[in-house]
Design a protein around this ligand. Structure first.
Ligand SMILES: Cc1ncc(COP(=O)(O)O)c(C=O)c1O
Ligand SMILES: [Zn+2]
Length: 438
């Protein structure tokens, strides 16, 4: 049989996932061992065998369906294109019953008031992708819809439970989608999880487990419990590429929409808030693929934003830049691939910030992000709390979008880059407002 146009390959060691008949849940590289190579399963598409846009359906999972591994697996298993579209529509209708609406292309355009306030000229400005009205109030549901579609395509009668470690936007998105698909979901939350969020998770039918820290066991207790659930057969329904490589492609629909909405307008910069790194990884990989395939003429410079509370990505980026001074780029990136822990280490202190959604102590999807910044002459920056607050107030006032501090952290980074002179008044820069203020 001819190889499919979509394959899952480990970015760390090159392992290629076999067909779903041989391995139904190829979410992680079987060679993944902590501290060695950076095993992250990555979906590879053949640009000559996919259509970027098919039709004009407002649902990105329909319009950009050929960018999804699940579409290729469906076709391989004998499903027609129409049957796949029907499957997406059915699932989307169930999501709408749970959350009030399904997946629709979210707004993206120049924020005129915001651009004026930040001193941009009329040819430049800030473009805002507004994800606050997306399913479950953030972009997280996109990541998970990609996984869910894959499950719907490859599963027969078995339907193992789903699991996630989160107490924020990702958990809410997982609970909405699991409910829509009528699947059991286990959510592992820390002791300081917000009551309103836990109540909503329970109302959506999720089984919530509060995880206490064991002083004898280092690391995040929620993640430990999540891993044991996985060992007991639960499927990783999460927004970290290191735990489930398939989570990235659903997130890519966000950038696919941006590319389509931009038309011939080129972007000079994209500034993205980073926690675990899946959002940045998805946006960067989608843009890079579209650029290589010739669907966008200009690759924007990618900048990432973390808080002073925890900046493991910036620390890794600095380590890469340091090594670049003595070795060539290929050698350094190869070294980073093979010796992850030399660059990416969990943050030592317990971090705090108003942007609490991006306080992950490790940037799980760091390497794809570092490669993207490197290839585009971007940068990793850290912003202080005052700027995070200022950006949120300005962003909300100038655009009317009820975005939370985590979701406007990209704007804080953009403001910093404006002040530093990296983003010029005549340039076009995009940010993603994700996460509605609850
Ligand atoms: C609103 C919002 N924006 C951005 C992020 C960062 O995404 P990632 O963890 O994939 O870096 C998060 C993660 O929780 C989030 O909730
Ligand atoms: Zn591997």
């Amino acid at each position: 049989m001819k190889p499919t146009a979509s394959t899952l390959v480990c970015a760390g060691c090159g392992w290629t996932a076999p067909s779903p008949e041989e391995m139904r849940y190829p979410f992680r590289c079987p060679k993944a061992v902590r501290g060695e190579a950076d095993h992250v399963l990555t979906r590879k598409l053949d640009p000559f065998r996919v259509e970027f846009v098919r039709g004009d359906d407002p649902n990105p999972f329909i319009r950009h369906r050929q960018m999804l591994h699940s579409w290729h697996m469906a076709r391989r298993r004998g499903l027609t294109d129409e049957a796949y579209v029907d499957l997406v529509r059915r699932l989307d209708a169930a999501v709408a019953v749970v959350d009030g609406h399904g997946f629709r292309t979210t707004p993206f355009g120049r924020g005129d008031g915001l651009s004026d306030r930040l001193g941009f000229e009329s040819t430049g400005g800030v473009w805002v992708k507004d994800e606050t009205g997306n399913v479950a109030g953030s972009h997280k549901a996109r990541h998970l819809m990609g996984i869910l579609l894959y499950l719907e395509v490859v599963e027969r009668r078995e339907r193992p439970p789903l699991a996630i470690a989160s107490c924020g936007n990702a958990a809410l998105a997982a609970a909405v989608l699991a409910r829509a698909a009528e699947r059991p979901l286990r959510v592992f939350v820390p002791t300081d999880a917000e009551e309103v969020i836990v109540a909503r998770l329970v109302a959506l039918g999720a089984e919530v487990t509060v995880c206490h820290r064991d002083p004898l066991i280092p690391g995040d207790p929620c993640l430990h419990r999540f891993h044991s659930a996985r060992e007991n057969g639960a499927l990783p329904f999460c927004c970290q590429g290191s735990e489930n490589g398939l989570t990235i492609e659903g997130g890519e629909t966000l950038a696919d929409e941006m590319i389509t909405q931009l038309g011939p307008t080129g972007l000079d910069h994209v500034v993205i808030q980073v926690g675990g790194g899946a959002l940045a990884s998805a946006v960067i990989q989608a843009f890079r693929f579209a650029h290589r395939a010739g669907w966008v003429s200009q690759l924007p410079r990618f900048h990432t934003v973390q808080t002073q509370g925890a900046w493991p990505l910036k620390r890794a980026w600095d380590a890469v830049q340091e090594q670049l001074r003595v070795s060539g780029e290929v050698a350094v990136l190869e070294r980073a691939t093979k010796h992850r822990a030399e660059f990416m280490r969990p943050w030592e202190e317990t971090p705090h910030s108003v942007a609490h959604g991006i306080l992950d102590d490790e940037t799980y999807d760091w390497l794809a992000v570092v490669k993207g910044m490197q290839a585009s002459r971007g940068s990793a920056i850290v912003v202080d709390e005052a700027l995070l607050r200022e950006a949120n107030a300005l962003g909300r006032e100038a655009t009317g979008v009820p975005v939370c501090h985590t979701g406007s952290a990209g704007l804080a980074g953009l403001m910093q880059l404006r002040r530093d002179g990296v983003i010029k008044p005549a340039e076009r820069a995009a940010v993603i407002f994700s996460g509605v203020q609850r």
